[in-house]
Design a protein around this ligand. Structure first.
Ligand SMILES: C[S@@+](CC[C@H](N)C(=O)[O-])C[C@H]1O[C@@H](n2cnc3c(N)ncnc32)[C@H](O)[C@@H]1O
Length: 254
């Protein structure tokens, strides 16, 4: 049975690969689709205190600082990636802190951030709802949680998408769906497999609302018509919805 330890180990073994892919901007899904959608939904972050949950090597934290965020706390279970984030020449100085910790148990104060961003953070396994309670704890009243995840209804292993295997299919939709595969970005294959566990849309949303959030926006990031026209990559690589982006707001008692 897949556990949180296997998920973390996968990222540890892939840390150098991941750092290269992100820093060389090799992943078009990230640079041309999901980052654009995330930044649009986050909007003006001038002066905001932000948590980057599952920050990896810190590129998004650095971007938010460059866009005027007052402070970004990055949290990640992969020690190698946290070191890479801290050692980056534009790590953010006193405006950033990178913590080696689990998002379900963070060394951050209550009501200390305005926005939590979970950018492709894989779901938790042993206690998947716990992180949303933790996000609720660290957010100030009327704070926002922005979650970019693989699409709970349509995302499947590459093999399934290409019709060459069945690691996990929609037939398992209400069961435990695990996608296990090596990353394959711009012709570079990751040294180790990554594991992801999927929950149905009902379960996914239910964990968030049970923690006291209201869903205030749901988007499905995808290449625009213009991107499809100008780059044939998308016709073969974006044939179904792959991502879901949620904006969730803390329900303040006031
Ligand atoms: C797909 S990567 C995304 C990294 C970064 N947000 C980005 O978009 O480049 C997922 C990250 O989540 C981290 N992660 C996985 N489970 C975690 C957990 N329970 N707590 C904190 N970080 C976690 C992994 O170590 C990895 O760095």
């Amino acid at each position: 049975m897949l556990g949180d330890l296997e998920v973390s180990r996968g990222y540890q073994q892939n840390a150098a690969y991941w750092e290269r892919v992100v820093r060389q901007r090799l992943d078009k899904f990230q640079t041309e689709v999901t980052d654009v959608a995330l930044l649009d939904l986050i909007g003006d972050c001038t002066g905001a205190s932000v948590l980057d949950a599952g920050c990896g090597e810190g590129y998004f934290a650095r971007d938010l600082i460059a866009r005027g965020a007052a402070h970004v706390a990055g949290v990640d279970t992969c020690a190698e990636l946290i070191i890479a984030a801290r050692e980056h020449p534009e790590s953010g100085g006193h405006r950033a802190d990178y913590h080696h910790a689990d998002v379900a148990d963070m060394p951050l104060g209550d009501a200390s951030v305005d926005v939590v961003v979970a950018n492709r953070l894989p779901h938790g396994i042993a206690d998947p709802a716990k992180r949303f309670e933790e996000f609720q704890r660290v957010l100030r009243p009327a704070g926002r949680l922005i979650v970019l995840s693989m699409h709970p209804c349509f995302y499947a292993a590459r093999g399934d998408r290409e019709g060459i295997g069945f690691a996990s299919t929609i037939d398992d939709y209400f069961g435990v769906r695990t996608v296990q595969q090596r990353f394959d970005v711009a012709g570079l294959t990751s040294p180790a497999a990554s594991f992801q566990q999927f929950y149905s849309l009902e379960e996914h949303i239910g964990m968030i609302t049970a923690a006291g959030f209201a869903i205030t926006s749901l988007r499905e990031p995808r290449p625009s018509a213009e991107q499809r026209r100008s780059d044939t990559f998308w016709a073969t690589n974006f044939t179904r919805p792959l991502f879901m982006l949620l904006e969730c707001t803390t329900m303040s008692a006031e």
